[in-house]
Design a binder for this molecule. Structure first.
Ligand SMILES: C[S@@+](CC[C@H](N)C(=O)[O-])C[C@H]1O[C@@H](n2cnc3c(N)ncnc32)[C@H](O)[C@@H]1O
Length: 237
């Protein structure tokens, strides 16, 4: 299948279990796979602003492909020298021990931790050297920090990550410029946006056609912005 090439990004619509073994020279694998938790968004998309700012329910009923079965990360473990795997607390039994787990704290307000059905934090396993690290970034219903602020943009994937969190991951990989970052489960392309912004090449793969289309649109917009073709405005609240 021919990929979509957008500047330094190459995007494949297809199954990464077939596509990934064909890719050579990967410097870092920064991955947000289906966690295997049978995730399906409620379909109600919250109320008020959260509902108004959620587009993905109209695409595929909020289902994440592959999430209905336990995730097995073993096909990812030998393909790059640096690897970060989000959601790894759900499949930690299939991973080697690591001292450098990464924690994204969604910064629930004081007194709110433990009160919501969604997780207060997300966890990533990594094979990086060093001790565990924490990154605080508000992401609580319609309350979202930075460029994904609900007042400014729509959320476009049921398990979308903030660009800031994926940028933090790439920064921790400590890569020389123009390195090759790969996310074989790219969803709406968040890791791709972070990679281009940080001066790296990116290869992304996505099985769901609706999410693939979203990723192409978002990465095209980022490429245009970085190259001066689109609006220079990056909205950060
Ligand atoms: C957790 S989501 C990624 C969300 C992404 N981080 C974002 O910010 O939008 C995982 C994605 O993997 C995709 N997926 C599931 N199985 C796949 C496979 N075998 N190959 C490629 N993509 C797959 C799903 O469709 C889903 O969009």
């Amino acid at each position: 299948m021919n990929p979509v090439v957008i500047g330094n990004a190459t995007l494949y619509h297809g199954d990464c279990r077939t596509l990934l073994p064909e890719i050579q020279g990967i410097d870092a694998l920064v991955v947000d796979p289906p966690y295997g938790i049978g995730y399906c968004h409620s379909g109600h998309a919250g109320k008020g602003l959260t509902k108004a700012r959620t587009r993905f329910n109209k695409l595929n009923n909020g289902y994440v492909l592959g999430d209905d079965q336990p995730f097995d990360p073993r096909h990812l473990l030998d393909v790059a020298p640096k690897i970060i795997l989000w959601g790894a607390n759900h499949y930690a039994d299939k991973l080697p021990p690591s001292a450098r787990w990464l924690i994204w704290d969604k910064v629930c307000s004081v007194g709110s931790y433990g009160k919501w059905t969604f997780a207060d934090v997300e966890m990533a396993w990594s094979n990086l050297k060093g001790t565990a690290r924490l990154y605080p970034h508000l992401w609580n219903g319609c309350r979202r920090a930075g460029e994904e602020n609900s007042f400014l943009v729509q959320r476009c994937h049921p398990t979308q990550k903030p660009v800031a969190v994926m940028s933090w991951c790439i920064q921790l990989c400590d890569l020389p410029p123009n390195s090759l970052v790969v996310d074989p489960y790219m969803g709406s392309g968040t890791t791709g946006i972070a990679s281009l912004r940080m001066g790296h090449r990116f290869i992304g793969m996505e099985l769901d056609p609706a999410h693939f289309e979203t990723a192409v649109g978002r990465i095209e917009a980022e490429h245009d912005r970085l190259n001066g073709a689109g609006s220079q405005l990056l909205l950060v609240a």
